[in-house]
Design a protein around this ligand. Sequence first.
Ligand code: NAD
Length: 243
Amino acid sequence: MASRILINGAKGRMGHALTSAAADLGLTVGAAVDAGDDLSAGMKNADVVVDFSSHSATQTVLELAIAQRKPVVIGTTGHSAEAKKKLLVLAAQVPCVWAGNFSVGVNLLFALTRHAASILGSDYDAEVIEMHHRFKQDAPSGTAARLLEIILEERKLTAAALRHGRSGIPGARTSTEVGVHALRGGDVVGDHTVMFAGLGERIELTHKASDRAIFARGALRAAQWVVTQQPGVYDMQDVLGLK
Ligand code: NAD
């Protein structure tokens, strides 16, 4: 039997996309919760929690899910690295899929970026460029953050290598830096480009999302998958079997 889903952040852009994707897929929304609603009561009517709300809500979501032993899907972004580290300790106590991007195409982009970064050494300057709608609160996006993590892992660099935009006279680019640039405007759902620029050639890997439904469908697929898993933190690559 399909699981009843709780949508946290139900009144937001993703909340609406999740509600209509659930209807399209014939899934039951057991509870739709937003800021100020009783999340604990809502959870009692659900088998799995899907959270696309605010980074400030994640700790409460996880604490209540642990208390009620509910599997969780976290799509919310914008946590600092330090905050995320603490939250992952909580998340590991229930079955949890945590992904900065639930689209199949972006998860392929993650795999392609790792492959390209492993082949193209530090002769190829890596830069990540993202663009989102004018309302987006956090920057860079969770997806850009994941792309950067992959490049840093492959190049054996730390977050100290990241250059968030450049201004003034930063001087010549070093081979150990990785640039990141966040553009904001209009209604752009989410564009990401990973660029590897060498002397004489340049490779660009680009994904463009044009409909939030891709994230909603992916998150609902993750929700159906996570209810059958043991406690632990998983990502969309696990759900899609890309590992
Ligand atoms: P939004 O601002 O349109 O909606 C957020 C909703 O959450 C609002 O209705 C708001 O009232 C509600 N909210 C705020 N605090 C809350 C709380 N404490 N408890 C319950 N609800 C609360 O934002 P959005 O565009 O729908 O995005 C929501 C989040 O999802 C953002 O962090 C965004 O970056 C992320 N996102 C992730 C993916 C992905 O694939 N992982 C895709 C798109 C968006």
